[in-house]
Ligand binder design. Sequence first.
Ligand code: SF4
Length: 307
Amino acid sequence: MGRGLSYGRSSAPRARGGEPEQLGFEGMPERLFVCTPSKLGAYADCPRRYRYSYVDRPAPPKGPPWAHNSLGASVHTALRNWYALPAERRQPEALPTLLKGTWVREGYRDEEQERAAYRRSLQWLESYVETLDPAVEPMGVERVVAVKTAVLAFNGRADRIDSRSGPDGPELAIVDYKTGRTGLDADDARGSQALALYAYAAERVFRRPCRRVELHHLPTGTVAAHDHTAESLARQVSRAEDTARDIVAAERAVADGADPDEAFPTAPGPICTWCDYRKSCPAGVSAPAKDPWAAIERSVTPTRDDE
Ligand code: SF4
């Protein structure tokens, strides 16, 4: 067990009293846990998935690319490039070229399905940009924000950071684009640790209040929003720090000889069906298999408008 695994913290000091230490050697600066929202989310969803993604080297083979990831990446990049245009060229007519230029082809059943997905994505984008004022420059587009706490060195790339006027002056809002099948509600925005961490980091990077977080669901044209408080952001940061401590403790346990399968247990559930490591994972092999295009089948089914 554990052969071929590489645990980057094998020289880390032992945990005492069950708590991971932050100090390497006396007098040395604290070792912060470097993380992104995806890294924290992977562990929170399933410790074993975290291990496969970030610890095991070589990593186990992944399944084939998913069409929904290709579609999401294409739409995100098209929107980033839309904002890279001069304001006077941010018009719906620019979208077909932008989308073609960023289109990711992997995961679709065949060309017919891929074409339907392209047309549907273009419709989403056309409707979405109608809601945007081309003259308004966001504070950041796919902007990396980073912040350190006592435990974490967090960095993440926010889809968009808007500057808006609030009751007490300019304030920021975090915007995250979504292209999944199902709509989202305010609870999704409130509960998103990624959005909260972006807001916490953006407030410090730009030295402006950033409490508003929004999920923009392009297929339905809906916005799910939440206004955080300083306390609710602090709670999310504290939860992220707890996750980081758990990860460090698991990695350290393995470095100290624990069985990696026990230190990073599986957490089987519906997510296994969509997990890239399903075929490599003892708990995932029994999860129902889906075609790489299964998640987009309904959302891109051609309608009469497409004919
Ligand atoms: S298949 Fe399921 S249990 Fe296995 S790593 Fe993926 S999410 Fe975790």
